[in-house]
Design a protein around this ligand. Structure first.
Ligand code: SF4
Length: 469
């Protein structure tokens, strides 16, 4: 059913419109939808009244009182109340419950921390006032409490991120800007020399600002698609920082003994080998162009080395059932990596999957898959240590990184919690400056790799101005 939203042009209530959006695809939102949904509010002393109306579902009034002495807290509490009222209204009208209820936004653990400032039982608040499912509230709580000891608190501590936007082939669900490496072989050496310039600039900034480096993350794309020699050129200037050092090796078909040798020689501490699924039919369907055996082979190459390993899986891949996903998770667990990250499929605009009429997993399967991950990994001794939610994700679910033996990836925690500045290099990378008080300003590097090469000197100048002025 197509619904037109009519809402007050009021900055405070604009947040409420996130709720009907969370119910897509159960409803369609359109500026010229034939049915309307509207809401309005009224404040009288400490009583807040929220009225919702729709020609399809009728009119309903929600009312509660909130202590009005602190206007900021009053505003926040009434905003949450309005959102949850609209959630309950739509949930009842459509007969659909969303696992995260009226909790919107990218960072559920941040909201947990926010609630914990005024409540001794934040999990209970999530369940009762945001209609979050109990299991999801438990996940958020476990993650928030576990990660709190790892979040950066030192404003002189920074992370370095290097983006390498090349992959062997493009996966059909991918929305990143990543070029198939075989198409640009000749341009790779010049790209790498630009990256090295960028990295020098970063060290200059670090030196002048008196920063210390807490983590390095080389991602993309698939950095290992550069091959051993060029990868070595990129990572060797970063090899003596004595901190956490991750290199994404996402596609297992890019990993061979020479790559492992380069990683170990350059003091890399963590790699990511990403099967996504252990079903060959799905790998073929999503254009990964590698085999399940490639994954096992890649794991055998890192076994018995000093490298910590992350293993990415995706829940709700096309055509997969809950049983298929369980098989993948159990197989990943049997490999016993230090980290397992469970993503929920997000179909973004720009991905091939979005254009194709692919067969989705059955409704509700994504929830059972993510719940299975949480239970199974918790039972196996893993803890959730960072999590986030994205738009266009099956059932509005989450992505969660799990770790065993306290082996978190600090870079992931800091990025999701926005707890440290990031000095970035490479096409499409984004540098972030965290100012005292938590304000974040961003500097975007040119997106396309050719544009990045052309503008490297200008970017270098502007990056210095960004961090040093
Ligand atoms: S490996 Fe990652 S970055 Fe590369 S095409 Fe696949 S999803 Fe995109």
């Amino acid at each position: 059913m197509s619904i037109r939203l009519i809402f007050e042009k009021n900055t405070y209530l604009n947040d409420v419109q996130e709720i009907p959006r969370a119910f897509v695809p159960y409803i369609t939102l359109s500026d010229d939808g034939e049915n309307f949904l509207s809401w309005s509010h009224d404040i009288s002393g400490d009583v807040f009244t929220f009225t919702i109306d729709s020609d399809l579902f009728g009119k309903k009034v929600y009312k509660d009182s909130f202590p009005a002495e602190d206007s900021l807290i009053f505003k926040k509490k009434t905003k949450y109340f309005a959102k949850n009222s609209l959630y309950l209204y739509l949930s009842q009208a459509l007969g659909v419950k969303l696992p995260y209820g009226s909790l919107t936004g990218v960072r559920p653990t941040r909201m947990y921390a926010e609630i914990a400032k005024t409540s001794a039982e934040p999990k209970k608040v999530l369940i009762e006032e945001f209609s979050v499912f109990e299991k999801k509230a438990e996940l958020i709580e476990k993650c928030a409490l576990f990660q709190s000891k790892f979040i950066n608190r030192d404003d002189k501590s920074v992370a370095i991120y290097v983006n390498i936007p090349f992959c062997p082939t493009r996966c059909s669900y991918c929305s990143f800007i990543s070029t198939e490496v075989f198409r640009v072989k000749k341009e790779l050496p010049i790209f790498v020399s630009c990256l090295k310039k960028d990295i020098e600039t970063i060290f200059d900034v670090i030196d002048k600002k008196g920063y210390s480096v807490r983590s390095v993350y080389v991602g993309g794309g698939t950095p290992t698609s550069l091959g051993a020699e060029l990868l070595s050129e990129v990572i060797s200037p970063l090899s003596n920082l004595g901190c956490e050092f991750t290199v994404e090796c996402g596609r297992p078909d890019t990993i061979d003994p020479s790559i492992i040798d380069v990683l170990l020689k350059n003091n890399v501490t963590r790699v990511s080998i990403n099967p996504q699924t252990f079903l060959q039919k799905t790998l073929d369907l999503i254009g990964r162009k590698h085999s399940v055996d490639d994954v096992f082979r890649a794991f055998s190459l890192v076994k018995d080395t000093s490298l910590n390993v992350n293993c990415d899986l995706i829940a709700a891949l096309p055509g997969e059932t809950s049983e298929d996903f369980k098989y993948s998770l159990d197989t990943a667990l049997a490999l016993f990596p230090e980290n397992i990250t469970v993503h929920t499929l997000s179909i973004k605009r720009g991905s091939e999957l979005n254009k194709d009429n692919f067969s989705k997993s059955a409704e509700g399967d994504a929830l059972s898959m993510t719940d299975y991950s949480f239970t199974t990994l918790s039972d196996a001794g893993y803890s959730p240590y960072y999590m986030y939610r994205q738009k266009n994700t099956a059932d509005n679910l989450e992505n969660t990184g799990f770790c065993r033996d306290q082996k978190v990836c600090l870079y992931n925690v800091d990025t999701m919690e926005e707890s440290c500045s990031i000095l970035a290099a490479g096409a499409g990378a984004v540098s972030k400056l965290l100012e005292p008080g938590g304000k974040i300003t961003r500097f975007s590097h040119p997106k396309g790799f050719r544009e990045y090469i052309e503008r490297v000197d200008d970017t270098e100048k502007r990056l210095k101005e960004f961090f040093l002025s």
